[in-house]
Design a protein around this ligand. Structure first.
Ligand code: FAD
Length: 332
């Protein structure tokens, strides 16, 4: 039997595609998909090969439906069980291990969020491979780009691990589009038990403002805000701009605002179209979380503040004068 070069080539390509298969762990609240999953899917499509998406949770069929419409996803695995209440890593990890044994993925990806950062190192340890964390680029199926030293250096690494366990920095990849139609397969979680931890409950802060990590505009305040009450100035501006509100660690540590608002190396990484830094000096640990923003505006009364070095527009002024004036002018 003979085959032309082109046939052989396309068969080899087909085989390689089968050998490469990626699992993306979808993040959601059992009701709605967290947008950062779309960015992780884009990273997965850059690896070549099939992309499956795992939706695990309790009463989360609606999310599986949403995921099946993401372009680039060819299969949705749905694991719906009460054992996943609270998304405890002690329940998720054994399930992921069993799933990996069944499907033998070459790559397993999750967004680099609190859940991803909690689960993926455990999974990597159980698989006896090195995790590859917080990637900002995919060169090929083994070569990845990530930041080190709080974003001051870029590392390109090649991994020889048989399965690559990866967390993805959402802001570094475009969101995948919708319009797909993947099939959904149920995966049983009956064998999963968790004797290590129990989910008791959670209190989530509710906000009508956009989610900080995916907002198109972010207004952030620092120690210069002086106290928590003064953050009202930023909320008023944010409401007019349909923006999320963030904060520096100094503002969080001082108790002005809760820590889920922290932007930076040890907070959230954001890259909105517009970032307005108010009373923030621009320490490298803060810049690590926002310097990829498209347009940066800084308001600070100190002309020497390092934030002005990364700002596209800087206003040297007292924030208590500048912010109300800005709010007044927006939308006029
Ligand atoms: C391991 C580690 C991790 C860290 N992680 C983070 C992190 O994730 N995020 C983070 O933000 N920081 C982080 N930090 C802390 C960081 O080093 C800085 O201490 C912090 O970012 C400073 O916050 P700030 O700019 O609000 O405060 P400051 O540095 O005190 O700056 C306040 C600014 O407000 C200005 N100002 C004061 N009053 C006014 C006014 N009336 N009008 C206008 N401007 C005014 C001042 O001129 C000053 O520039 C980390 C530090 C370490 C060691």
């Amino acid at each position: 039997m003979f085959s032309t070069g082109r046939q052989t080539c396309s068969r080899t390509f087909g085989l390689l595609r089968r050998l490469k298969s990626t699992l993306v762990i979808a993040e959601h609240n059992n009701e709605k998909l967290t947008p950062v999953t779309l960015n992780a899917v884009t990273a997965a499509t850059k690896l070549g090969g099939e992309v499956s998406c795992l939706v695990l949770g309790s009463q989360c069929a609606k999310v599986a439906e949403e995921v099946s419409q993401i372009k680039g996803v060819s299969k949705v695995l749905l694991a719906d069980s009460d054992v996943f209440k609270g998304f405890l890593p002690e329940s998720i990890t054994p399930f992921l291990l069993a799933t990996q044994n069944q499907f033998n993925f070459s790559h397993i990806l999750a967004p680099a969020t609190a859940i991803g950062k909690n689960v993926m190192p455990r999974l990597a340890a159980k698989l006896d491979v090195s995790p590859i964390s917080d990637i900002i680029g995919v060169k090929d199926d083994s070569t990845f780009v990530r930041t080190i030293y709080a974003g001051n250096a870029i590392q390109t690494l090649t991994s020889n691990e048989p399965v690559k366990v990866i967390t993805v920095r959402g802001t570094a990849f475009e969101a995948a589009e919708t319009g797909g139609s993947a099939a959904t397969e149920n995966v049983s979680a009956d064998a999963v038990t968790n004797d290590l931890s129990d989910f008791v409950g959670q209190e989530l802060s509710k906000s009508d403002r956009p989610e900080l990590a995916s907002a198109k505009t972010v207004v952030a305040g620092g120690r210069g805000m002086k106290n928590g009450d003064n953050f009202k100035l930023l909320y008023d501006l944010a409401d007019k701009l349909k923006a999320a509100v963030g904060a520096s660690r100094a503002a969080v540590d001082a108790g002005f605002v809760p820590n889920d608002m922290q932007v930076g190396q040890t907070g959230k990484i954001v890259a909105p179209e517009l970032y307005i830094a108010v009373g923030i000096s621009g320490a490298i640990q803060h810049l690590a979380g926002m310097k990829d923003s498209k347009v940066i505006v800084a308001i600070n009364k100190d002309p020497e503040a390092p934030i002005f070095q990364v700002a596209d527009y800087g206003l040297v002024q007292d924030l208590f004068k500048a912010v109300p004036e800005m709010t007044e002018l927006v939308g006029k």
